[in-house]
Design a protein around this ligand. Structure first.
Ligand code: FES
Length: 109
């Protein structure tokens, strides 16, 4: 079976009211970081991937969050440097960025 995309990257950009105790990724600069991911992947000429804006991925406390399929790897990232590391190491290099990993055991309180 061949995949239509080699990697499909979902970046949460969900926005909630400031009074919501869970917070939201949008309040932590998620849209700018998602745009960086998309623009940078395009500029680097990376083929067969898709960077999508996503609604809430339900791990708000750890945001901004993204999940990359088909691997099912979750990351927390909060700077363009983090985003760049994910692009270079994970997407191009095929290696997990351990320091940004959001382990399955990290669940919302
Ligand atoms: S608001 Fe981003 S994971 Fe919920």
């Amino acid at each position: 079976m061949s995949l239509y995309y080699k990697s499909h990257i979902f970046c949460c950009v969900n926005k909630r009211d400031a009074s919501n105790p869970r917070g939201c990724c949008a309040s932590k600069d998620a849209e700018r970081l998602r745009n960086y991911m998309k623009d940078r992947c395009k500029a680097l000429g990376i083929k067969n991937i898709r960077v999508n804006s996503a609604g809430c991925l339900d791990r708000c406390e750890f945001g901004p969050t993204m999940v990359i399929y088909p691997e099912g790897i979750w990351y927390h990232y909060d700077s363009v440097e983090d985003a760049e590391e994910i692009i270079q190491q994970h997407i191009i290099g095929g290696k997990t960025v351990e320091r940004l990993l959001l382990p399955p055991a990290d669940t919302a309180a």
